[in-house]
Design a protein around this ligand. Structure first.
Ligand code: COI
Length: 355
């Protein structure tokens, strides 16, 4: 089924005012947004409208009970200037997995992808051509039914916004291994991309930043020992030539960049193991010289190279060099921008629309 999406355009685009060389993530938004309502058990009124405020009832259930989930993805331009999406169907699937966990309705995959394509086609002039930059896309769903009481809402909004973004980290970063606060526990919402997971991470992240670290390295909720993920990314370690990343045990986000990097590393003939990995194992590998490199993977960050980890007042040095991470990053960027053949079949072309 193909969805009928009505389009109301702005009179004049704001894109000419954008400095494409200076766009920190999440600070600038494009002219339009895609909006769709869930009412009477079905998605209706799919539309693209000028980006603007949305009237919200103070009893909207998302504000009280937290039924709010989101996705993060990026659009790029290929060598001919055609807009491209990276694995959009994977984001649709993950949004619905999050929706299932949070008692929210699924968004049909076709509606998700059609909405994205229409929006990106219309906003193609906002895709930064600079290497490492992209048009960040934020599909999200929240309960907008006004009601006081604990049950699943019956009305929701599904919205896609677009925000041009430059590179996230330009240097090697430092992580703080968090022993007091936790992000997720088995049976919780850790693998859902739920707004509440990020809310719970804000205070510990502020504390880590105050100590001079860039992001929190989350440990398991029971023993405060096994590594789960990092603030806005999954994590990979290279020890004695092999890559290790924490297994998806229910508390870790199913990163689409994570899955893609696993495929790429295997294609480069590296062994990649998904398993439990303790912070003590990383510490020993650092001490005995077998910890070769580490990097985080995520949509917003891309690949973020890790130079050290702070653990209870001591420092675990990782590496100032990340040769494999760098190669993976360059290859991934080249695939996303059409400079390298898309041998994994990850890219989806979007038709340009004249603004
Ligand atoms: C992303 O990487 O797209 C995320 O959703 C993380 C976000 C908090 C910046």
């Amino acid at each position: 089924m193909s969805y009928n999406i009505s389009i109301t355009k702005v009179e004049k685009s704001k894109v000419d005012a954008l400095d494409f060389n200076n766009i920190p993530l999440g600070t600038t938004f494009t002219d339009h947004m895609f909006v769709c309502d869930y009412e009477n058990g079905t998605w209706t009124k799919a539309r693209i409208v000028p980006l603007g405020l949305i009237p919200t009832h103070p009893a909207a259930m998302a504000l009280h009970y937290g039924q709010a989930i989101f996705e993060g993805m990026k659009a790029y331009k290929d060598t001919e200037g055609a807009p491209m999406l990276f694995r959009p169907e994977q984001n649709a699937k993950r949004l619905n997995k999050s929706a299932d966990r949070m008692g929210m309705p699924n968004v049909p995959e076709e509606l998700f992808v059609d909405g994205l394509k229409e929006l990106v086609g219309l906003e193609h002039n906002w895709i930064p051509p600079q290497q490492g930059s992209a048009l960040y896309l934020r599909p999200f769903m929240y309960a907008d039914e006004p009601f006081i009481g604990m049950r699943a809402a019956t009305h929701y909004k599904f919205i896609i916004m677009a925000s041009p973004a430059g590179p996230f980290f330009s240097k090697h970063i430092k992580l703080w291994a968090e022993k007091q606060y936790i992000r997720a526990t088995l049976g919780g919402t850790g693998e859902a991309k739920a707004a509440g997971n990020y809310a719970a991470a804000i205070r510990p992240t502020e504390l880590a930043k105050a100590k001079g670290y860039d992001q929190v390295l989350w440990l398991d909720a029971v023993e405060h020992k096994y590594i789960q993920e990092v603030g806005t990314m999954n994590i990979f370690f290279k020890i004695k030539g092999e890559f290790i990343t924490p297994e998806l045990d229910g508390s870790v986000l199913h990163g689409i960049t994570r899955a893609s990097v696993i495929e790429m590393l295997k294609a480069m003939n590296y062994n990649v193991t998904e398993r439990k990995i303790g912070i003590d194992e990383i510490k020993s590998a650092s001490e005995n010289g077998t910890l070769e490199e580490a990097f985080g993977t995520g949509t917003a960050v891309g690949i973020a190279y890790i130079k050290e980890i702070g653990l209870e007042g001591e420092t675990i040095p990782v590496s100032d060099e990340s040769p494999v991470g760098l190669e993976v990053n360059d290859t991934l960027n080249a695939i996303k921008t059409g400079q390298l053949q898309d041998r994994f079949g990850w890219m989806t072309k979007v038709k340009k629309k004249l603004v």
